[in-house]
Design a binder for this molecule. Structure first.
Ligand code: 0K2
Ligand code: SF4
Length: 330
């Protein structure tokens, strides 16, 4: 067995961490559809941005596709938690697909705000990351009047047709602090700008960032469990680093490099909103093998958010009253 790290003593787990209500709902939707509808079941894009989750579902028969043209007409398709643009919904209609929509209700809320602002004649400034699926979906609601900004510099460069009639929205998984700076720059440039009270960053993103901030003051290094394409997980790593603690984003225990921990007495662990708790357990076990003797949890706040399944799934569940007995949810 590999040698232990001589200084390593303590593991501190951040809480809240891991699955948010939107991810729990999305994964339960896929599991339920797998039980109730005949295969093949298609999912457009990764249901959530986590390698382990996607691999598990592939093993259970789910076929992941990038676009709907890869799905045969009339088949069943699930939309991912990050949402889709109206163009994607339209294509699903044309192909006569049976759609089960796993878009998180908090993402849908942002889409509805985009529709409302567009109807009222606003130019919409969306703060978000170019190419991210959630941004593509939200921009698709009003592409003719939506402008994407990713930084304060983008705000400075931005030109809109009427600076008196501007609204802003944000991606749900951004850095709270970086977004506040961009919003402040928008308010300086467009004093009449309207938008959400602070931003559209969701409760789970905020809670996980607040928890990792507090953790950064207590430990020598932080391991964030999540996949590289997970925006909220990337932000947790950045928040830890900008609060003075070295941090690494890993998919799981196998990715831990001992040189990161060589001088650490205490290691903080957190996980993104799409990372399952089993990966946290495996990381703890690995840290114990490396010499950690104490594992504690530092909880900043409780979360009790839950979302109901979408209507198309509720209907399916009503037709299958025994579903609770056959469903190994999550
Ligand atoms: O953080 P991301 O938006 O990249 O997405 P995931 O890692 O899949 O986390 C779930 C949140 C999805 C929607 O907000
Ligand atoms: Fe919904 Fe927030 Fe989870 Fe995204 S991170 S799925 S917006 S609860």
């Amino acid at each position: 067995m590999e040698e232990k790290l001589p200084k390593l003593k303590r593991v501190v787990l951040a809480a809240p961490r891991g699955f948010c209500a939107g991810v729990v709902r999305a994964i339960e939707i896929v599991n339920t559809v797998l039980q109730l509808l005949p295969p093949p079941i298609y999912v457009r894009k990764e249901i959530v941005h986590n390698r382990f989750v996607v691999e598990r579902l592939k093993q259970r028969g789910v076929i992941f596709v990038n676009e709907l043209d890869e799905v045969p007409d009339g088949a069943t398709v699930i939309f991912s938690a990050h949402g889709v643009s109206p163009a994607v919904r339209e294509m699903a209609r044309r192909k006569n697909l049976r759609v089960i929509d796993a878009t998180c209700p908090l993402v849908t809320k942002v889409h509805l705000e985009a529709i409302r602002f567009a109807q009222q004649g606003y130019s919409i400034i969306l703060i978000g990351h170019e190419g991210h699926e959630e941004v593509e979906g939200t921009m698709g609601e009003a592409p003719h009047c939506t402008y994407l900004v990713q930084s304060v510099e983008d705000v400075e460069r931005l030109q809109v047709p009427n600076p008196e009639k501007v609204a802003y929205l944000t991606q749900t998984t951004l850095s709270v602090d970086d977004t506040a700076e961009i919003v402040a720059a928008l308010k300086r440039k467009f004093p009449k700008i309207v938008g959400p009270r602070t931003d559209d960053i969701c409760y789970a993103t905020q809670n996980r960032q607040n928890a990792v901030k507090a953790l950064a003051k207590q430990v020598d290094v932080i391991l964030v469990i999540g996949s590289q394409n997970s925006s909220n997980s990337q932000r947790l790593k950045e928040v830890a680093i900008s609060n003075g603690c070295p941090a690494y984003l890993i998919d799981g225990a196998d990715h831990i490099r001992t040189e990161w921990l060589i001088d650490a007495e205490s290691v903080g662990v957190t996980s993104g909103a799409s990372a399952p708790e089993i990966l946290v357990k495996q990381v703890i076990q690995r840290l114990q093998e490396l010499g950690a003797t104490e594992v504690v949890e530092f909880r900043l706040t409780e979360e009790r958010v839950q979302f109901a399944p979408p209507p198309e799934l509720r209907e399916l569940l009503e037709q299958n009253p025994l579903v609770d007995e056959i469903l190994p949810v999550r």
